[in-house]
Write a protein that binds this ligand. Structure first.
Ligand SMILES: Cc1ncc(COP(=O)(O)O)c(C=O)c1O
Length: 375
């Protein structure tokens, strides 16, 4: 085992090094502008990110978690409401629902895409249900056409969790532009990552955009200094992050293309290994952002340990479904109600994926996976 065979799960250093001068210059401009919050770079980034997604409005905020929270609040979701979501996601999806005062209710996932199963969503609707929060897990779009049809039929709001799905296309439209709003994370490792915490809500609804602008800014009535329409909080993104994200956004389309090319190479080099199930191929008009490349395998924990011994980064997103987390023990959810989530949590494994990954690195990963199953 030598260090030159190491393939990390992510490689933020390479990307940062390639843009360092531009990032430093933009960040210094923001720093010296003395407009450290909601300044011109924030406004520019909001216009550019909305444009990149063919959306009308973008309202930046402090994180992906706060984006989900303020989008739900802006859509009128709060105490006494139920919100249906997936248990196979990062915990911020549910904590953000809880912070609005609403209760979340889990529906099971589709076994192939790992995203919300629309049929189970419909089964979970009660008179209290007011919204659905689909997550586009790993960057594969949730079944928005079916989820939107259910939402329309039952008069529900839809807030998409797009933390992992920047520029993923769902039936010809970007994720985040199907529902009432899309919530994005710019956490450093995300496809578009800040140098710190940051997020954004994207919407085509002016009322929701205005409400988000107010909620992130202490609930201020827009354009007023000390008048408040509603309660909000301090959930703004700072100007330095806007400057950095502005530099990186110009490269997002190319990075997304590179991820898709890397995914195709994985498909080629992993084809034929019977213990490995590849991620589903996206149908015509759909595309994946490949935040991570996630395979489904036999003896997942054995393979994970073997790859780690060989310096190949890998991780399980997510090993413990949310209904099994100690913080949700009081909900008394039954694992047998979520068979597809249970199975996925035992078998998924994410392997190295970043825009700069080379074919040689991909071959190293695939050869080690073959070696493990040939033992
Ligand atoms: C699916 C999902 N939802 C929400 C979030 C929350 O984003 P942030 O870490 O920016 O709050 C993340 C990011 O980790 C995520 O992966």
């Amino acid at each position: 085992m030598t260090n030159n065979t190491a393939v990390p799960l992510f490689n933020l250093q390479k990307q940062h090094d390639s843009l360092k001068e531009e990032i430093n210059k933009a960040a210094l401009e923001a720093l010296n502008s003395m407009k450290w919050l909601l300044g011109p770079k924030t406004q520019q980034f909001e216009a550019d990110f909305a444009k990149a997604l063919n959306a009308e409005y973008c309202v930046t905020c402090s994180s992906g978690a706060s984006a989900i929270q303020i989008a739900l609040m802006a859509a009128g979701i709060g105490k006494g409401d139920e919100v249906i979501t997936t248990p196979f996601t990062f915990v911020a999806t549910t904590t953000s629902i809880s912070l609005t005062g609403a209760d979340f209710v889990f529906a099971d996932i589709d076994p192939l895409t790992y995203n919300l199963d629309p049929k189970d969503v419909e089964r979970k609707i009660t008179p209290k249900t007011k919204a659905i929060v689909p997550v586009h897990l790993y960057g594969y779009p949730a079944n928005m056409p079916e989820l939107m049809a259910i939402a329309k039929k039952h008069n529900l709001k839809v807030i998409e969790d797009c933390a992992q799905s920047h520029l993923a296309l769902c039936a010809g439209k970007y994720t985040g532009t199907w529902g009432d709003a899309g919530a994005f994370s710019f956490y450093p490792s995300k496809n578009l990552g800040a140098c710190g915490d940051a997020g954004a809500v994207v919407t085509n609804n002016k009322e929701i955009a205005d409400a988000c602008s107010s909620i992130r800014h202490s609930g201020r009535s827009l354009g007023k200094a000390y008048e408040y329409d509603r309660e909000g909080s301090t959930l703004r993104m700072d100007e330095i992050q806007a400057a950095i994200l502005g530099v990186k956004l110009k490269h997002l389309a190319k990075w997304t293309e590179n991820r898709a090319k890397a995914a195709e190479l994985y498909r080629k080099h992993l084809a034929g290994i019977k213990q490995v199930v590849l991620p589903p191929a996206a149908p015509e008009g759909w595309s994946q952002s490949y935040y991570v490349f996630t395979i489904r395998v036999k003896d997942r924990d054995g393979l994970s340990a073997f790859l780690k011994e060989n310096n190949i980064g890998n991780a399980v997103y997510y090993p413990v479904p949310l209904y099994k987390q100690p913080c949700y023990a009081h909900l008394n959810c039954k694992a047998e109600d979520y068979p597809n989530t249970e199975a996925a949590a035992q078998e998924v494994l994410s392997i190295p994926m970043f825009p700069e990954i080379t074919e040689e690195q991909i071959k190293i990963v695939c050869n080690k996976i073959k070696e493990f199953y040939n033992k």
